[in-house]
Design a protein around this ligand. Structure first.
Ligand SMILES: [Zn+2]
Ligand SMILES: [Zn+2]
Length: 348
């Protein structure tokens, strides 16, 4: 099959289409003919070497997969050949531990990520995934939309609803609001009844962030303190919840933007920097620091339902053929793309 194989970390030019053996199908596996695979910032930081945990080279990147069931393991039930399906971003979870049974399989000790642990990702014509990580795509939802829903919407749903416990009437802050995660975080905060403020460093994205449902958009410059702008838009009080898709470079402006008792939910880290702080800067104001990682199968199903109902719209900035993976990476890495970039394998 054709696949984009990354043999060593480095520049985007290292991504090129090649021929590899199709992935084997184990008894509990579903093999999917990939119709669309989203390009995530996770792929960027694996490719450029910033993210190393659990990464196995050579690797086929890509964890945002949608396609058609092409082969089934002997033990798989509930799927048939030809079914339209989307995947969570796991190749495997155990299904039996307390996290798996509690609907938080993103924390399973046995979890194997899709598309960073070896030759198992979605930048390929075929991908093999444990059936426990695959769900049906509702009618009316296209492959490109379904591909990005699990990560771009599901991860934000996890952060905003399940971890952040957003309540109607709260004031929510979304950083990286014009990015692949942020544009969906804005939609979900607004859907949840929050007064929603989007933070971006790209003035050209402001209109799109507003169109996604932001009540206010703050355009800032990298490293600047935007907290006065947030306070000006929240009667001087600050935000009750922040969804941080950017990471440590924004930690202090974000901390200063919070209302007493606010919750900061950490979802993304774009660079390799660290943040240093005094615990007193948080606890004396009753601030909570929370972490949300990925999306569960249940959160993927909920997200797909929200898309099918028209309540949340996956924002696809561009679709490119799989052999243009390097171009796609350069687009996403530049930070100038509003929404998700999706790769389409040959012949789809
Ligand atoms: Zn992703
Ligand atoms: Zn487990």
């Amino acid at each position: 099959m054709h696949a984009v194989v990354l043999g060593r970390t480095g520049a985007a030019d290292l991504l090129s289409l090649t021929e590899v053996a199709p992935p084997a199908v184990g008894p509990g596996d579903v093999r999917i003919a990939v119709a669309a695979c989203g390009v995530c910032f996770h792929d960027i930081v694996v490719r450029n070497g910033t993210f190393r945990r659990g990464v196995g080279l050579p690797v086929i990147l890509g964890h945002e997969v949608a396609g058609v069931v092409e082969a089934l393991g002997a033990q798989v039930s509930g799927f048939a050949l030809g079914d339209r399906v989307a995947a969570t971003h796991h190749r495997h979870v155990c299904t039996a531990c307390r996290h798996c049974r509690g609907g938080r399989e993103t924390l399973c000790a046995e979890r194997v990520f899709l598309g960073d642990a070896g030759l198992n990702g979605g930048y390929a014509e075929l991908v093999t995934i444990g059936a426990e990580n695959v769900v049906a795509i509702p009618d009316g939802v296209g492959f490109a939309e379904a591909a990005v829903t699990g990560c771009a919407i599901g991860s934000e749903l996890n952060a905003i609803v399940d971890v952040g416990r957003l309540m109607a009437g709260e004031r929510a802050l979304v950083t990286g609001a014009g990015g692949g995660l942020g544009l969906h975080g804005v939609q979900l905060c607004r859907l949840g009844g929050a007064f929603t403020i989007g933070i971006t460093t790209t003035a050209a994205k402001a209109a799109q962030i507003a169109a996604a449902g932001a009540d206010a958009v703050v355009v800032t410059s990298p490293g600047a303190d935007f907290s006065a702008e947030v306070r000006a838009r929240t009667a001087g009080e600050g935000a009750d919840i922040a969804i941080d898709n950017v990471g440590s470079t924004l930690f202090h402006p974000l901390r200063r933007s919070m209302a007493e008792g606010g919750r900061i939910v950490l979802v993304g880290q774009l660079g390799g920097e660290f943040a240093s702080f005094s615990p007193a800067q948080l606890f004396l104001r009753g601030l909570s620091l929370l972490g949300a990682k990925g999306a569960s199968r249940a959160q993927l199903e909920t997200s797909l339902r929200l898309v099918a109902q028209g309540r949340v719209r996956p924002v696809i900035a561009a679709t490119l053929p799989l052999d243009a993976a390097a171009t796609a990476h350069r687009m996403v890495e530049s930070g100038q793309v509003a929404g998700r970039v999706v790769l389409i394998p040959p012949g789809r």
